[in-house]
Design a protein around this ligand. Sequence first.
Ligand SMILES: Cc1cc2nc3c(=O)[nH]c(=O)nc-3n(C[C@H](O)[C@H](O)[C@H](O)COP(=O)(O)OP(=O)(O)OC[C@H]3O[C@@H](n4cnc5c(N)ncnc54)[C@H](O)[C@@H]3O)c2cc1C
Ligand SMILES: *[C@@H]1O[C@H](CO)[C@@H](O)[C@H](O)[C@H]1NC(C)=O
Ligand SMILES: *[C@@H]1O[C@H](CO)[C@@H](O)[C@H](O)[C@H]1NC(C)=O
Ligand SMILES: *[C@@H]1O[C@H](CO)[C@@H](O)[C@H](O)[C@H]1NC(C)=O
Ligand SMILES: *[C@@H]1O[C@H](CO)[C@@H](O)[C@H](O)[C@H]1NC(C)=O
Ligand SMILES: *[C@@H]1O[C@H](CO)[C@@H](O)[C@H](O)[C@H]1NC(C)=O
Ligand SMILES: *[C@@H]1O[C@H](CO)[C@@H](O)[C@H](O)[C@H]1NC(C)=O
Length: 521
Amino acid sequence: MSVVFNFIYVFIIISCNVVAQSHPDQFLQCIESHNSNSISKVIYTPKNTSYTSKFLSSIQNIRFISPSMPKPSYIVTPVTESQIQAAVICSKANRLQIRVRCGGHDYEGLSYSSKVPFVLIDLINLRSIKIDTKNRVAWVQGGVLIGNLSYQIAKISPNLAFPAGLCPTVGVGGHFSGGGYGTLFRKYGLAADNVLDARIVNVNGQILDRKSMGEDLFWAIRGGGAASFGVITSWKIKLVEVPDIVTVFTINKTLEQNATDLVHRWQQIAYKFDRDLFVRILITRVNHTVQASFNSVFLGKIDKLVPLMQESFPELGLVREDCMERKWIEAILYFSDLPFGSSLDDLTKRNPNPRTYYKAKSDFVKDPIPKFALEKLWEFFKEDEAKDAQLILAPYGGRMSEISESEIPFPHRRGNLYEIQHLVYWDKEENKESQKYINWIRRLYKYITPFVSKNPRAAYLNYRDLDLGINNIEGNTSYAKASVWGNKYFKNNFKRLVQVKTKVDPSNFFRNEQSIPIFLS
Ligand SMILES: Cc1cc2nc3c(=O)[nH]c(=O)nc-3n(C[C@H](O)[C@H](O)[C@H](O)COP(=O)(O)OP(=O)(O)OC[C@H]3O[C@@H](n4cnc5c(N)ncnc54)[C@H](O)[C@@H]3O)c2cc1C
Ligand SMILES: *[C@@H]1O[C@H](CO)[C@@H](O)[C@H](O)[C@H]1NC(C)=O
Ligand SMILES: *[C@@H]1O[C@H](CO)[C@@H](O)[C@H](O)[C@H]1NC(C)=O
Ligand SMILES: *[C@@H]1O[C@H](CO)[C@@H](O)[C@H](O)[C@H]1NC(C)=O
Ligand SMILES: *[C@@H]1O[C@H](CO)[C@@H](O)[C@H](O)[C@H]1NC(C)=O
Ligand SMILES: *[C@@H]1O[C@H](CO)[C@@H](O)[C@H](O)[C@H]1NC(C)=O
Ligand SMILES: *[C@@H]1O[C@H](CO)[C@@H](O)[C@H](O)[C@H]1NC(C)=O
């Protein structure tokens, strides 16, 4: 009882403090006493002139930067692990929550917003990448972005790579700890499948590595989302092999060019393709029709790809002229969302893209969606709200089918033909109508229910969707309530995640709207 009272009391005091900042600052005093090593140079309060630019620096979804969104009481941009330790200890002592930000790509803005007073630990300064080509491993710090990671690996060896996602500004903190897939995942699995070790600051401010954290916690942070367990300061990853030359192509087909038949066929075969061949589909509206864009990379040359496609997917009609041979790193640029004409150097940049408003959802498909249902799905793309909407269909199979569902918390393995990401974007002028776009994607999601996975209707953590359910802000969410969304992201692994969480963070300090809850006793 007194704990609850105390919490509410401190909550009110701190809320006022955020505005006034007039009382002696206990958080700052604490942090200086724990880490005198010029820590004040990496702490920003709303009074510092660069506070706002630091806050905005890596936010991707501008849906979450309206003036009414709560801002952090402090932003800490640590340059050492010990500064993270101090930030954790002092946040806890002052009953502030923590949000940790790496690339800032969280779909629901959970890495930089919170309804209760909080400290933002932004890992922007922790970006070292140490590559050991002999042992084919690398240590990457918790603030590294995946574009720079690929670039630095390719610079040292064009035949080495890491199987991560496509957007270069995605951060390793959220991405690896939530799974992380890209064009190599049918061959090598997820980013999280290729993590060998990690360093984490736990709730007591201790730094643990794989050995000292133990296999349960090490399991949990590879797919269960690190935000529930601590602050990852670095990952050790296994590098994989890619050939000197790969081949990329994109073939666009509109409805008038048989897109429906081709998508229907693709569903039945893409998961069985050679694992060197990745062919995804992007569905968009183009000139009052719907276009399916078959977007591919093959780990080999054109001479091998053309006959392979003739054998695996002749209906698409791929010819040599559609294909381009590239170095691996050039293929990464091809798949990135960087504007046409970008250079390889642009892969290392933090924020080259215009930001937008968006809402996304995810689904897994286990049986091909019938043609009539695809045709009805296309109807959604004729609505006004779908001007900048997109479905991304990513083929499973290959290595993904070999890894067991419980190997790491990410459970979506054998039996999935493909994953769909449903996305809708809108721009500033349309901001007042955000709800219209959000409703559009909710209607589409409802429509497609009969054709996607059931019991649970699975979802991908890294495409976070708060429509699936949220925790009580007090931290006392029951297991039953949280399993509604937990089972979708983690299936049977959810229970083990709750067990690990209860063991390593029994006071539920590291929490957010969709963090792993503890068992309430
Ligand atoms: C444009 C775009 C393209 C994408 N493409 C892909 C793709 O191809 N494949 C794919 O799998 N996913 C993709 N994603 C999804 C992406 O994997 C997730 O959004 C991921 O969580 C982003 O990680 P981040 O570090 O950039 O985000 P952040 O917003 O910084 O973090 C996301 C979550 O992780 C936590 N976190 C971050 N760093 C740490 C840390 N060091 N320690 C503890 N917790 C931490 C945050 O607190 C938050 O809960 C894409 C997202 C976007 C916006
Ligand atoms: C923010 O302002 C305080 C008080 O003026 C100062 O001590 C601190 O160094 C500033 N922080 C940064 C990162 O400049
Ligand atoms: C890219 O990585 C290199 C090597 O670790 C680092 O020095 C550089 O600061 C990084 N760039 C960005 C923008 O993060
Ligand atoms: C495919 O369509 C996209 C989007 O309309 C376009 O940007 C791209 O240039 C097209 N590619 C080819 C090869 O036609
Ligand atoms: C569309 O597919 C049908 C049957 O699969 C085929 O007969 C027809 O020629 C195709 N049309 C185009 C434009 O490819
Ligand atoms: C869409 O219209 C533009 C302009 O008329 C044209 O250049 C383009 O080829 C069209 N795209 C498709 C896929 O029909
Ligand atoms: C959680 O705690 C709050 C505040 O103490 C209380 O109002 C609420 O009923 C609790 N919820 C559950 C599920 O216990």
